[in-house]
Design a protein. Structure first.
Length: 216
């Protein structure tokens, strides 16, 4: 299920949906609040926050710089397992590539993130990398519906390149890949954001023109 900005989240409803007690749900919501993904509002309860474009882009830039340190924080002995998991994920991604399913796209994106995360031997680096990921992933997924073909293609390319990187077994290649790929995603998001804003301006102008014509 997708949770949209300003949507209220009920502990009891979430507990029923995921088949768990309210205690772990409460703990997850507290963690999400730390990441800025939800917030508590007086008289309302816990709601999903809006996607902040500027803040997310700043964090993506931080992740990109962090990627340069990745070669010192990963364990290459974990690469063969990562290679197998990524190869299996490629089959899943190819099979669903013609389906316009944002939820499945996000699930695959999370699996990519987890596979990379599991190669990291530094607990502190892993924690920071994971926190930045969760703080920025919604921005990426928010543009999927506006250009499914391009975002889907970028995700498939990312998986295939990671298969080759893990097969090579070189930590520096993984660091270089993540640094480059994050730069590509940032450039793509910026283009999409600019295009969406231009579209909104055009629509607003059309509405004003329509109102002016109606008054005259």
């Amino acid at each position: 299920m997708r949770y949209l900005p300003s949507q209220r989240l009920s502990e009891s409803a979430l507990a029923e949906e995921f088949g768990v007690s309210r205690t772990p749900i409460r703990q997850v919501l507290q963690q999400l609040a730390l990441f800025g993904l939800v917030e508590s509002r007086n008289g309302v309860g816990t709601v999903v926050t809006e996607v902040n474009y500027e803040r997310a882009m700043d964090l993506l830039a931080i992740r990109r710089h962090m990627a340069l340190l990745m070669s010192e924080t990963v364990d290459p002995s974990r690469f063969p397992r990562a290679n197998r998991r990524m190869s299996e994920l490629e089959k899943v991604a190819v099979a669903r590539s013609h389906e316009r399913d944002v939820q499945q796209y996000a699930t695959i994106g999370l699996r990519i993130h987890k596979i990379i995360l599991d190669t990291m031997s530094s607990a502190e680096y892993r924690r920071l990398w994971e926190e930045c990921y969760y703080r920025t992933c919604r921005l990426t997924y928010s543009i999927v519906e506006h250009d499914w073909v391009s975002t889907n293609q970028l995700q498939l390319e990312e998986i295939r390149e990671l298969v080759a990187v893990f097969d090579g077994g070189e930590p520096k290649q993984l660091a270089s890949f993540c640094h480059r790929k994050l730069g590509e995603w940032m450039a793509f998001i910026q283009r999409m954001h600019a295009a969406q804003n231009t579209s909104r301006i055009d629509e607003s102008f059309k509405e004003l023109l329509h109102e002016f014509s109606a008054q005259n």
